[in-house]
Design a protein around this ligand. Structure first.
Ligand SMILES: [Zn+2]
Length: 226
């Protein structure tokens, strides 16, 4: 388990809002949302630097990490009331559950607001970085390193499937990040060779109409990878 890699902080990969998007330039983290109960995990090993309830962050935990001499700080916000499972000063290893996804503080609907700071957190968030650039790559990357070519199948009952520009975070609500919309049903389903896996559950494919794009293929979407 490498501490150089930040692990995904919950068990769902559905990103509903990206880092400093055009619509939300002051959104200094990413939002990950799904209904149901979702544990929040320590993204890397480290020390709990804050654990409190704020009007904006709600029930939140901050963690400090030392990675190859560089300090990072992660923030996990809007947790369920009473779910914070660690206290300030505690040393916690990567993947440890520290809370449960919730809807506390300034939040409309259950989600995890996750921030990553290169350096310490500060009120003006000057050290914030895009978590998607640091979070672990998908399992599909591991299978690719075994020299297995994977094919992505989009089912014929799917009417539309959004694809994303390679240089933008794949955020569904942010149309500026869209490269286009595929129409699997029109073609009795579609299939593509998987070229890369830039993020967990996101793969890169070559499309006829939009060129090279990223596409969200998590289980539950109906996408099949073989
Ligand atoms: Zn957020």
């Amino acid at each position: 388990m490498s501490s150089e890699i930040f692990a995904w902080p919950t068990d769902t990969r559905r990103i509903t809002s990206g880092y400093r998007t055009i619509e939300r330039p002051t959104h200094h983290g990413i939002d990950i949302a799904d209904p149901g109960k979702h544990p929040i995990f320590a993204s890397a090993s480290g020390r709990i630097s804050r654990s409190y309830k704020s009007d904006s962050y709600g029930e939140c935990i901050f963690m400090e990490h030392q990675i190859n001499g560089q300090i990072f700080e992660t923030v996990y916000a809007h947790m369920q009331t009473g779910s914070r499972a660690v206290s300030v000063g505690e040393k916690v290893s990567q993947h440890t559950q520290i809370g449960v996804m919730g809807n506390t503080g300034d939040s409309n609907g259950q989600h995890l607001h996750f921030e990553l700071h290169k350096g310490k957190w500060n009120a003006s968030k000057t050290n914030a970085v895009d978590p998607l650039k640091y979070l672990e790559k998908s399992m599909a990357v591991l299978s690719k390193s075994n020299n297995k070519t994977q094919t992505l199948y989009l089912p014929k009952d799917a009417k539309t499937w959004t694809v994303y520009k390679l240089d933008r975070p794949p955020v569904k609500n942010n149309k500026a990040n869209w490269a286009g919309v595929l129409k699997p049903s029109k073609f009795g389903g579609l299939q593509y060779e998987v070229l890369d896996t830039p993020y967990r559950d996101i793969v890169t494919i070559q499309t006829r109409d939009f060129g090279k794009v990223n596409i969200y293929v998590a289980s539950g979407t109906g996408a099949v990878m073989r």
